[in-house]
Design a protein around this ligand. Structure first.
Ligand SMILES: [Mn+2]
Length: 234
């Protein structure tokens, strides 16, 4: 039987309790898609990160806290969340290693933001403060229910994976992309113009979404298809 691809997963970090952790539904969605997800332990040893990605077939960037605005050359505003220097440093290291190897990369929520900052874009540090008080992007609970819709750009990668013009999504983010990196192309917007999906211009296997499809995959083919497509690229 064909060996299933190994999907390196950048997960979360409980700094106080010194634990790495990951939401089960990310792992379930990746397994359902035919991959074997592997939690990557955060570290900043460049050689360890290089060898880690040498063994992986794809990189998955999960949701989490805010990227240090220093990475996009902006002052941190008080409404920006707590930052995690280890997670930031680690994810930028493994993302570079993955791209150097032409591996598929899929980013969710913080993942799309890490991707945009990596390629030179900037972020809205707090949507309620910096984007006119929009509250709809933080639904708080019931993450397997949609809270807003997004419009898929007709020629975008997302529209290729999901053959729809508009889909309903959940939302659990207080940050989003401000300036899109030149290397990235926007694939979906919310009604108010919040960027909800991007992909790398010269690659159809590097992409990210601002919503959380992992909460829907148990019941939605559309949500699962984002993971299926990713693993099929690996
Ligand atoms: Mn949203």
């Amino acid at each position: 039987m064909k060996m299933k691809p190994l999907i390196g997963v950048c997960a979360s970090h409980d700094i106080g309790n010194r634990q790495f952790f990951v939401r089960e539904n990310y792992m379930e969605s990746l397994i359902r898609a035919g991959g074997i997800p592997v939690l990557l332990p955060m570290n900043t040893d460049a050689e360890v990160c290089r060898q880690m990605m040498e063994r992986m077939d794809a990189l998955f960037l999960a949701g989490g806290g805010d990227v240090d605005p220093a990475y996009y050359h902006m002052e941190k505003i008080p409404e920006c969340g707590e930052i995690d220097p280890l997670r930031d440093a680690f994810e930028f290291l493994v993302l570079k290693e993955a791209l150097d190897r032409n591996l598929p990369v899929f980013g969710v929520c913080r993942g799309i933001q890490v991707m945009n900052v990596f390629f030179g874009g900037t972020l809205i540090q707090d949507i309620p403060t910096q984007a006119g008080g929009l509250e709809v992007h933080q639904q708080g609970d019931h993450y397997d229910l949609p809270i807003h819709s997004i419009d898929l750009c007709p020629d975008g990668l997302l529209a290729k994976i999901i053959p729809e013009k508009k889909i309903a999504v959940n939302s659990s983010h207080h940050q989003s992309i401000l300036k899109v990196a030149d290397a990235l192309s926007v694939d979906a917007f919310s009604e108010e113009g919040i960027i909800e999906a991007v992909h790398l211009k010269n690659s159809e296997k590097v992409y990210g979404v601002q919503f959380h499809p992992e909460h829907f995959t148990y019941k939605s083919k559309i949500a699962q298809s984002l993971f299926d497509y990713f693993v099929s690229c690996a």
